[in-house]
Ligand binder design. Structure first.
Ligand code: MRU
Length: 340
């Protein structure tokens, strides 16, 4: 796709010119960088920003800066597990360093290498997810997606959008229906933009049109991304995903979730245990300009919902499709990691 969301060059993290931990924290919180894998990659580089900002005198100070920065980054967005997964990977480097009594320079280099590995690994994971999912996207298919799980949400080609890019590269023509995705319109603003850039036919619909579009027989397949998948397959993704899954089931349309191993959370047994981020009321009442709800009306704004595993046809992963019953396939994917 060629869209570089996050860059790490010569010791500087660049997300639209952001170079302090405050700025990285703010960028994640304000969704300047968003999408579970991209948040993880950004957090890994954010640790390096914390070390540089702190001026860390010796390796003990580097380790302290890692801990302090990780704590601040962990407090940004609670649902996307890739954030915590990436921070754990960075912390694991310092745990190894403590044991090996590394110099501060060697420790910094090890952390830098780990952040770059998380970044590059995500590129490969997206590519593999694309290969797994592309055969599902047949000639003339209608594919519905929700939110944005493309290059703008990862370090690579995306998760839910990767099979679409791949199928298009393989020469198939099909139509993507992009839910606009209230309240922040990631579908209309981001997914539609990415698909237009890639030359894929895209039709933007309001979220409440999905049922009618399905009823008209325009949808053969739904593919969405994920922010956290529980051990039983219950899946947290952008608010509205659950509704799409219910509608897909009502119309006998396959509903797939595309995600890398790092989005599966073995520590969480079911969707009931996934923390759901609540976001500011203004995103709903005046998201993009004029107020659209009375000032005295209460607003509820959960950023994610949980789709029960029973509504999911399969998980499109870097290692293939996980079909129901999910528990075993999910455990195997999470245990083996990306390279085994
Ligand atoms: O609030 P956002 O925009 O970060 O939510 C993004 C999503 O819900 C995506 O579908 C998910 O993170 C997967 S991105 C590959």
């Amino acid at each position: 796709m060629g869209v570089e969301v996050i860059k790490w060059r010569e010791g500087t993290l660049s997300i639209v010119d952001q170079t302090t931990v405050d700025a990285v924290v703010e960028a994640i919180r304000q969704l300047r960088v968003r999408g579970a894998p991209a948040i993880g990659v950004c957090a890994a580089y954010g640790i390096l920003v914390g070390i540089r900002e702190n001026g860390s005198a010796d390796s003990a100070a580097v380790i302290q800066a890692v801990e302090q920065t990780a704590a601040r980054l962990a407090a940004t967005r609670p649902t996307a597990v890739n954030l915590f997964w990436a921070l754990d990977r960075m912390r694991a480097v310092t745990a190894r360093a403590e044991a090996a009594a590394m110099s501060k320079e060697a420790l910094y280099r090890a952390l830098e290498a780990e952040a770059a590995a998380i970044d590059q690994e995500n590129v490969a994971l997206c590519e593999a997810i694309g290969r797994t999912g592309a055969p599902l996207v047949t000639e003339n298919a209608g594919v519905l997606t929700h939110c944005n799980a493309g290059a703008l949400a990862t370090a690579g080609a995306g998760t839910a959008l990767a099979p679409l890019f791949r199928a298009s590269e393989e020469g198939r023509r099909f139509t993507v229906y992009a839910d606009e995705t209230r309240p922040l319109l990631q579908g209309a603003r981001l997914t539609a933009w990415e698909l237009v850039q890639a030359g894929v036919e895209v039709v933007v619909i309001c979220d409440n049109m999905a049922a009618q579009v399905m009823r008209e027989g325009k949808i053969d397949l739904a593919i969405v991304g994920a922010d956290r998948i529980a051990a039983n397959g219950d899946t947290a993704n952008k608010i509205g995903t659950y509704g799409v899954a219910v509608l897909a089931r009502a119309h006998d349309i396959p509903f797939y979730v595309a995600a890398p191993y790092s989005t599966f959370d073995p520590k969480v047994a079911t969707g009931d245990d996934i923390p759901i981020e609540l976001r500011p009321a203004e995103e709903v009442s005046q998201g993009f300009g004029p107020r659209t709800a009375p000032a005295l009306a209460a607003i509820y704004n959960p950023a994610f919902d949980v789709t029960p595993a029973r509504l999911i046809t399969g998980f499109i992963t870097e290692k293939g499709i996980i079909a129901p019953p999910f528990r075993e396939g999910i455990a195997a994917l999470r245990e083996t990691g990306p390279n085994d």
